[in-house]
Design a protein around this ligand. Sequence first.
Ligand code: NAG
Ligand code: NAG
Ligand code: NAG
Ligand code: NAG
Ligand code: NAG
Length: 942
Amino acid sequence: MKQLSDNVIWRQHGKAPEDWGKLIRYAGSLVFAVAAIFYLQNAITNVFQWQSHFNRLEDQSISLSELEYGRYRCLQDQQRPMVDYGLASKRLASLSKDTISNRVILKNTTIIDGDGKTSSNMTIVLRGSIIEQIHSSNEFIDDLADGGVIMDAAGRYVSPGLIEMHSHVGVRSLPQLWASEDVTETSAPVTSWARAIDGYKSNDLAIDLIASGGVTTSLVLTGAQNIISGEGYVFKMKRNDSPYSMLVNTSHDTNGKPQRYLKAALGENVKKTFQHRLGGPVTREGVSYHLRHALEAAKHLKQQQDVWCDSTKTKNSRNRLVHDPYPESLELQTLVDLLRGDIRLNVHCYETEDFYSLFDHSDEFGFNVSAVHHALASHLMIDELKSRQVAVATFADEWGFKPELYDTSFYLPKYLVDAGIPLALTTDHPAGYGKLLTYQAQVAYHYGVDADHAIASLTGVPAKALGLDNRIGYIRPGFDADLVVWNKHPLQLGATPLLVSINGDVVINATESLWTGIHPASDQSKGPPPQRTQKQNDPSACSPGQNDLVVQGITSDFFNDNNPDMEDKQHTNGTGTAVIRNGELVCVGKHHCRTLAQSLVRENHVPVLNVTDGYVLPGLTLLTRQYGLGEIPYEDSTMDGKHTEENLDHIVFARNGLRFGEQHLERCHRKGVTRLITAPLTDGFFHGMGAAFRTGASSVLDINAITCPECALHFTIGHEAKTKAISTISQQLQLLEEILTVRATSRPEYERAARGQLPVVVTTDHKDIIAQLIKLKRKTGANIIIVGGAEAHLVARELAEIELPVILWPGLCLPLTWDQRRCLVGPPLTPLSNAEALLQAGVLLGLGNWDYRQRHAEDALWEARWALGAVGKHSDALDMVSRNIDKMFGLRGSMEDVVIYEGNPFEFGASVAVVLEAGGIQRCWPEIEPPRFGYQPGGWKV
Ligand SMILES: *[C@@H]1O[C@H](CO)[C@@H](O)[C@H](O)[C@H]1NC(C)=O
Ligand SMILES: *[C@@H]1O[C@H](CO)[C@@H](O)[C@H](O)[C@H]1NC(C)=O
Ligand SMILES: *[C@@H]1O[C@H](CO)[C@@H](O)[C@H](O)[C@H]1NC(C)=O
Ligand SMILES: *[C@@H]1O[C@H](CO)[C@@H](O)[C@H](O)[C@H]1NC(C)=O
Ligand SMILES: *[C@@H]1O[C@H](CO)[C@@H](O)[C@H](O)[C@H]1NC(C)=O
């Protein structure tokens, strides 16, 4: 800039020289001027140099305040966060003696503590925000009665508030919207500087939902889309205007450095996020490089800090040379804290290669791993995890949708507990539903974790893994007054909190009707359900292919309605007999059937199978998405695929794409789900023709594989089905109406649909779309079936009037999206669940499944039973996954297949004993876990 203007001036001067003499004079003066300027400039420079020299002499070190700050930091660097186990007694000692009026006395409780141990007849005294006393008697209360409020728990189970150590509540708030999606700062592979608290929405409506499941504390982590996504925080699940008042653990609480938490992730997610970004990482190798690169920079900074501290250690260091302030970096400090041991590292990693590289980096840079999360291969790493004292925060049974979640075991939690590894169970809210944390423990218990460890996995273990077992996770004097009063044992299906207290404040209190009415008192004294046992089959009694079998020990017959021979259930316990003859169930009963059985055994040598507490049910049928059309939704190569057909004259048929014999269908069949209905996949509006098929078939060549090749036309109406060509919901509705009216003549299938002969299945949640479909049914008479139906309860009466059925998916609604946000969330926040309200209104109900995360088709009976809770009977729950589906689709399936269980399949703890199907016995005591493809002990498995 300056140069340019100089030139301009020079040219102007040079353009009009009037004569050469003048010019020479000019030149002479110019030389002089230049020389003068040169001299002057030198002099000035000298002055400045001298000045700067003088400054250095005067002040060789940084300012006093900078030095003091640095020294403070050096002191901090010497400290580690501690768990102050004296906290409880300090808190008790500081309770003032005269304000006992704010005592709450909870008498006649059955305490289940954070280690799972149970003690009855206990009195708990709360004072302010902490637990003051615990007494092992109910009488003691009389001495305290004058000071406070007395609540009689009437023997109910009381647990500490549950702790979820893997949640995204607040940073991915409900309903999920783009605007409030603040989980992972994906702008770089490593964003250790990000802090979840800066995006934490302290009025996320999920906070109440989560608390209503008895969860009082959540570790809110940043996401798993990049390698180090940032710092997580522990919040109490009590809404507040300020996220800071929800924090559990501040330096004020700890009187020192607070516990801190860092989130890292390895594996598929990170590769996926950066696959198209310049610089990647696109492989696990790249992920490791980026992690090590960041750690190396942090290590370097840490060394600089340590050197700085060393150089200022001596008292007279002020007189020594300290040119720079204490070295700091906003980007790197969190990682330095990791290297110093100030922050607990929580790592999302599934596969063994991820574990091994993680531990390699941890050895190289000298940091500890506090917990591995999800960690579905952790049972293959038992010794490594033990020697490193790493906790595992995982799921009871989440599998299927990504390769790293595919080869998993139902028994993973049991393997970990048996090996003595600390097991914390999590939901990953809202990926799973944070309210249903107990379900994780229930399922883990079903698959073999003992009751104590199952409870501890939601209380004591996560408390310790968070470094907060000095104040939460247990019912102990001086601990936070976080308590849950349960309507039944928390390992029982559908256990619901009646009262939840956080820091002594009641955040959830169920309505009067829930306290007294619909949950029978007998439930309160019930302990955990009986635990499932895997029976070894005796092939001489039962083997696949057999046509005749007598089963002894039957308690309940759900196959034949109103079986007179099995009435009076209390007295039939285990005294009934079932007879299978020529591949058919011929009778179940105590009298006539037993006589028949005796003669068959005597005269025809029909083998006998004994069960304990046997239940006879039809095979289950449900509507699914994806089941049968592939295995791993996140890997296209394993799937039939998603079609993009938008020409309404073309119909895609699911029957052409079915695949049999892999994990999804096998797991269904082994748990008694014998038939499924699945539609073709699309991201658009018109899926095509759904088919019903048997989960136990080996291929379409089996005569019985496809039981209904053209079962229904399937559509999705809603935001998720918008495409370029059909981009509005109104257009979707209009096209559906056209198919059932003006286009009906264009294809025979549409004509059958318009006449109500072929069901029209519409997946949608929003009340007003459902209302449109009610109108459409009124107008056309088509046999429309709603799937999803989160807001269906808002038009329940009209649905019942016009006999428009609803297939709920999920059975227990989670208001995840905008269109689901008015769903009835169920007890204890609303007296009825969505399913209960629809049942009461008289709507024909079914249950569907879309193979996502923690809800699997094979567990449909649990889900149906739970969704119907107190209102429905066992048979109502069963109908949702059998007869009602048949009725909606005009099938006969449920009357053809028979499943006999040992134990009550409407609760946890039952096992399948016999599957009878297609004219013969298909399975006897099936091991619930199908063998994997590949090498097994004993040979290569195909
Ligand atoms: C609890 O108290 C009741 C009487 O109120 C008594 O019958 C019962 O045995 C006690 N249970 C235990 C475990 O002490
Ligand atoms: C505790 O509650 C149970 C169940 O309601 C009741 O039978 C028992 O009498 C109660 N015990 C005391 C001491 O109140
Ligand atoms: C909880 O609700 C019940 C029933 O509505 C009521 O009787 C009780 O006082 C409430 N308890 C608390 C602690 O708010
Ligand atoms: C039947 O007896 C078994 C034990 O043999 C028991 O676990 C089960 O609860 C009983 N069932 C009913 C309905 O009473
Ligand atoms: C089945 O139980 C009966 C008695 O109810 C017993 O006689 C028979 O030996 C048992 N069979 C087997 C295979 O355990």
